[in-house]
Design a protein around this ligand. Structure first.
Ligand code: TEU
Length: 544
């Protein structure tokens, strides 16, 4: 068990993200709940993770599945009660697992009391908690667009003003220029620290310092001033782990966030690598084949860029992203091998790995008719692109590949009805492949993806080189193989991953002949050529 009072304990940790709505239902309403998470703590302990990043469980009208919070100090009733939450925190802690709460500080729900009050009049004390502009009801302050489609300004007839929302209209942005807002948020964070929460994931943290009049949504001039204040006032304990979601971060920016001397955050989620299979300059919906050299160079840039100066987070999946096996692996014959290969490629690097629920059993994307999607981003995209004249089949293909709902199908626990997720009617489609892909089957099979993840997590704790080693990319232009070295003065680790379903010629470097094999997905070291989706980690003491 890690000593969590120690500064930087999270550098040796592996986290697991839970999207509560889709994890485990216990009361038959078809919606996952906190008692369901408690019931699965033994499973997570067996996997070996050190912490759970819990997507929002707060009171919410659920316009965006809880990322629209109407009360930061209450639990959404279908998820359970505050007592359930306290039991979860205590039960997790007994197993050496920290609870990391999701903090949505950029916006609230339009049903939050602050916004309801704000609508009562321009002189209401809460009015200045949000971002308003005067003007005529038929003329928006400017043409800024919301992330989920449509304009970023909506008219509030109650006060005769425009309010700003970077996301859905039901998610008005908070005004961080107002120190009262900041103080309210710090107080709320302390409420959760006092309950035993040991860290936070900060939703769209790069968006809090926006300057809408200048068209600036992320990385506003005040951003790091605000984050330093937040960190000083709310994250006082050395041991708290904080990870900021920052789509706009490049390496230089990430150093500001995560260099310990800057006293901001432990690390950020950056998304540059997430565009390695998008049309250059396009959005995530603009599909292109994976450009492996581009992906490798991007990862190398981050590995080398933050080495000794900041800290990386490592992830392929989260609740906004498609399933990695479907994306860069193989859903068919090589599902298991490719899921393991992708895990090895990620977990060999420097940083803190995050596993998204179901990734550890190789869950896949889902393909639904458009009527069955739930996610507002997906539904808005479909409408907007059809209006713009895209062919419906092309838009649907993008949705099948990239919709956030790919990640949100219920967790597949067993081959029983509804994958053992609920005895009722699930709130969202269960992937029909649950009869084959499920936790029970994975636990029963010693060669499963689950045990591969379990081993990777254990290796990270056992060998110093995972945490401390530097990074050297091998064979950068190779379009099929991702291979790299990690090294300290005393240890060397070689990670070799075949990203294709073909046999690929790739002789191992000579100095690794006879090296110790830490893990492989074919049960033995590669011989001359790499088999489809083969992955191997070899280890040697540097002096040998
Ligand atoms: O995501 C921020 C964000 O920018 C995403 O909307 C992202 O651009 C999109 O999902 C990519 O397809 C965070 C949360 O992770 C997301 O679930 C929320 O919907 C969003 O903030 C608003 O709170």
């Amino acid at each position: 068990m890690l000593d969590k009072t120690k500064r930087g304990w999270w550098k040796s940790a592996v986290f697991y993200q839970i999207y509560p709505k889709s994890f485990q239902d216990t009361d038959g309403d078809g919606i996952g709940d906190i008692p369901g998470i408690i019931a699965r703590l033994d499973y997570l302990e067996k996997l070996g993770i050190d912490g759970i990043w819990l997507s929002p469980v707060y009171a919410s009208p659920q316009a965006d599945n809880g990322y629209d919070i109407s009360d930061y100090r209450a639990i959404w009733t279908p998820f359970g009660t505050m007592e359930d939450m306290e039991r979860l925190i205590a039960g997790a802690r007994r197993r050496g697992i920290s609870i990391i709460m999701d903090l949505v500080l950029n916006h609230t729900s339009d049903q939050h009391r602050w916004f309801r009050e704000a609508l009562k009049g321009r002189d209401n004390p809460y009015h200045d908690y949000y971002i308003w502009r005067d003007g005529a009801p038929d003329r928006r302050p400017n043409d800024m667009r919301a992330t989920f489609g449509g304009p970023a300004w909506d008219w509030a007839p109650e006060v005769g003003q425009w309010y700003f929302h970077q996301f859905a209209p039901q998610q008005p942005d908070l005004n961080w220029e107002n120190s009262k807002v900041r103080r309210e948020l710090y107080g709320m964070i302390r409420f959760w620290v006092d309950k035993g929460v040991e860290g936070f994931r900060l939703d769209v943290i790069d968006g809090i310092a926006k300057e809408p009049d200048r068209g600036i949504t992320s990385r506003g001039p005040m951003l790091h001033t605000y984050i330093r204040e937040l960190s000083r006032e709310a994250f006082r304990e050395e041991g708290l782990v904080t990870v900021g979601e920052a789509w706009s971060a490049d390496v230089e920016e990430a150093k500001l966030y995560s260099d310990p001397s800057g006293r901001e955050l432990s690390m950020v989620f950056q998304f540059e690598h997430n565009f390695a299979d998008c049309r250059p300059g396009g959005e995530k919906w603009d599909l292109a084949p994976l450009d492996l050299p581009r992906l490798k160079k991007c990862l190398e840039h981050w590995q080398r860029g933050l080495y000794g100066q900041g800290w990386n987070s490592l992830f392929w999946d989260n609740h906004d992203l498609p399933r990695i096996v479907s994306r860069w692996g193989d859903e068919g014959t090589y599902r298991v091998q490719s899921a393991k290969m992708l895990a090895a490629a990620l977990h060999g690097m420097q940083g803190t790995p995050y596993i998204y629920q179901g990734e550890e059993i190789g869950m896949t994307n889902i393909r639904l008719p458009i009527e069955e999607y739930e996610d507002l981003e997906t539904l808005n995209l479909y409408r907007e692109r059809l209006e713009q004249g895209y062919p419906a089949a092309e838009v649907l293909a993008s949705i099948h590949a990239r919709s956030r709902d790919n990640a949100r199908t219920p967790m597949q626990w067993s081959a029983e009805k509804n994958a053992g997720f609920t005895t009722g009617t699930p709130w969202f489609a269960v992937n029909p492949n649950y009869r084959e892909i499920n936790v029970q089957a994975a636990l029963d099979d010693p060669d499963s993806v689950f045990y591969f993840y379990q081993k990777l997590i254990a290796l990270r704790k056992q060998y110093h080189v995972f945490r401390e080693g530097d990074f050297t990319l091998l064979d950068p232009e190779n379009e099929e193989v991702f291979a790299y070295l990690r090294g300290t003065e005393t240890e060397q680790l070689l990670v070799v991953c075949n990203f294709t379903g073909e046999t690929v010629d790739w002789p191992l470097p000579e100095e690794f002949a006879g090296a110790e094999m830490l893990i492989s997905n074919y049960g033995g070291a590669p011989r001359g050529a790499l088999r489809p989706y083969e992955a191997v980690m070899l280890y040697r003491r540097a002096a040998e």
